[in-house]
Design a protein around this ligand. Structure first.
Ligand code: NI
Length: 288
């Protein structure tokens, strides 16, 4: 072998070794990243799955957001409570004036009973005189009875003697029906002077949300008015002498429950007050 041939063979061997090393390193690198052909397929499959899972979680997220947006339009700060029975976080009192009425009040009492809800009735002495059984039934069902005076006069326009008669005559009729003097009085039109309040000498229950049932006489509008104006701690005014009010009440109860409102009597909502003040809602009472 000549010296030249030896050099040529030597350099060819070196090139071959270099080539082998480069390809081996390259192969090892690829192998480390992707694994065997099977595991390559698997990793691609996993990537696809992850993508889908992400899509799913995103659509779940967006539906939660949509629900939130939906409930935000109904009322601010309400959690989405469509499927789960809500825990009550708020409370209101629903109150009914001007009864009892022989046609509508018994229907309303039946609805309240079925919905397992108690309300406060501010009754008129001259009506209870004709239907003492209805008011008695209201109490037996767990509702509360207050006085709305004897025959619905504006107390702020009456003399001391006349106001006294309006209050004591109503007290008598209520006592005959339910066996006790009502703890609360709601003056007709919410109208009372400080002199009248002194004669009444017990908590005067006003209201802070007016369903305006007396004005609209339309179940849909009564429902909407409550939905738009209700708030935590409110005393809501209705009249149990209108069939439109009775028609609206089941939907109103369902709505309030769905929004996390517990329905209480006035006494429960206000924690059974005794001070002779004017009460408009929970934490809202003013000296008479
Ligand atoms: Ni009234």
């Amino acid at each position: 072998m000549s010296k030249r041939t030896f050099l040529l063979l030597g350099s060819m061997m070196l090139l071959l070794l270099l080539f082998l090393e480069v390809t081996t390193v390259a192969f090892l690198k690829i192998f480390q990243q992707t694994g065997t052909p099977q595991s390559i397929e698997r990793s691609q499959y996993n990537k696809k799955k992850k993508g889908k899972a992400k899509e799913n979680s995103m659509s779940a997220e967006s539906s939660v957001k949509a629900n939130q947006a939906k409930s935000t339009t109904a009322k601010k700060d309400e959690p989405a409570q469509e499927t789960m029975k809500p825990a009550y976080t708020k409370s209101v009192a629903i109150t009914f004036d001007d009864g009892p009425n022989a046609a509508t009040t018994p229907q309303l009492l039946q609805i309240l009973k079925e919905k397992k809800v108690h309300a406060s009735f501010f009754v008129l002495g001259d009506k209870i005189e004709k239907h003492p059984d209805i008011t008695k039934k209201a109490i037996e069902n767990g509702n509360e009875i207050g006085s709305h005076t004897f025959d619905h006069q504006d107390l702020s326009k009456l003399s001391v003697a006349e106001i006294t008669a309006e209050i004591t005559k109503a007290d008598e009729e209520i006592r005959k029906s339910i066996g006790e003097r009502p703890a609360y009085v709601r003056p007709p039109y919410g109208s009372i002077t400080s002199e009248g309040a002194r004669i009444i000498n017990r908590p005067i229950i006003e209201w802070s949300v007016d369903s305006q049932d007396w004005k609209t006489r339309n179940p849909e509008l009564i429902v909407r008015q409550v939905e738009e104006t209700v708030y935590d701690g409110a005393i809501i005014l209705f009249h149990d002498i209108y069939e439109e009010t009775v028609a609206a009440i089941p939907q109103i109860i369902d709505y309030l429950h769905s929004q996390g409102y517990q329905l209480l009597t006035v006494g429960e909502l206000l924690d059974h007050p005794t001070a002779a003040e004017n009460y408009y809602g929970r934490n809202d009472h003013r000296p008479s």
